[in-house]
Design a protein around this ligand. Structure first.
Ligand code: BTN
Length: 251
């Protein structure tokens, strides 16, 4: 069997994103992937943690060195959500939803998420981007506070899916992202919009220190979420800066 030297498989690590970041700083090639059986300090967006029990999920990070302005790289999170959706469709036959901006959803609960981290070079351009993906495959236990929010492929379907198969489909789809970036955006945008479960829902969000509520209306050409506030005004939430959360529970 041929082994790709750019795919690094670990038993235990603090965070695959942190590990890959160190490799990237030492000059690792674009396309390098780190996968771990379990993480001891898995990280999510907004400083949250990501539960990463051994053997129970996909914990993967991929290195990209896109040629674009740093502000454009935030869209890679949305592109990756489309890639994860495609990979789960191919590997498990499951059509998962995307909760704006970075959550994968199944059965109305969080199946996984994406953490994109950007490192600038000394000239202020993109040094590299680490895209981290976590998917709850099943076998672990969620703590009480996550039970209403998080789910796994096993919990939703009663089936044990092969993590190897999911991971290999994911790597293929991430290669496609790097190949398609940025010219192929129209197709990623179309798939994102078609499968975004946030649209039409009541959401709350914070901009400029003030909390607002409204209804999510559309995704613009930069994957920003347009929300109609209850007072009739519109807000555009950029994927890089703001998160919207459902008013009534996780969704
Ligand atoms: C989120 O839900 O906010 C994002 C979760 C991202 C988790 C993945 S698991 C692999 C990679 N390593 C990390 O520490 N985080 C990401």
């Amino acid at each position: 069997m041929l082994r790709d030297p750019r795919v690094i498989c670990l038993d235990r690590v603090d965070s695959t994103n942190t590990y890959l970041r160190r490799l990237a700083e030492d000059g690792a090639a674009e396309g390098t992937v780190v996968i771990a059986d379990g993480q001891t300090a898995g990280r999510g967006r907004m400083g949250r943690g990501f539960l990463s029990a051994p053997g129970a999920g996909i914990y993967m990070s991929a290195l990209m060195r896109p040629r674009c302005a740093p502000e454009d790289a935030a869209r890679l999170t949305a592109w990756t959500a489309v890639a994860v959706r495609r990979a789960l469709l191919e590997s498990c036959g499951l059509a998962v939803g995307i909760k704006w901006v970075n959550d994968m959803v199944l059965g109305g609960k969080k199946l996984g998420g994406i953490l994109t981290e950007l490192c600038l070079d000394s000239a202020g351009g993109i040094g590299f981007v680490v895209v981290g993906i976590g998917i709850n495959v099943g076998g672990g236990r969620f703590p009480e506070e996550l039970k209403g929010v998080a789910t796994s492929l096993l919990e939703q379907t009663g089936r044990r899916f092969s993590r190897c198969r999911i991971a290999s489909c994911l790597i293929r789809e991430l290669d496609a992202v790097r190949r398609d970036w940025p010219g192929g955006e129209a197709e990623y945008l179309r798939e994102y919009r078609d499968n975004c479960v946030t649209l039409g829902r009541r959401v709350s969000f914070v901009t400029g220190g003030a909390e607002s509520t409204g209804t999510a209306e559309s995704i613009d050409g930069a994957f920003a979420l347009t929300v109609r506030r209850d007072d009739g005004s519109a807000a555009t939430l950029s994927s890089g800066e703001v998160s919207a959360r459902g008013l009534y529970g996780y969704m």
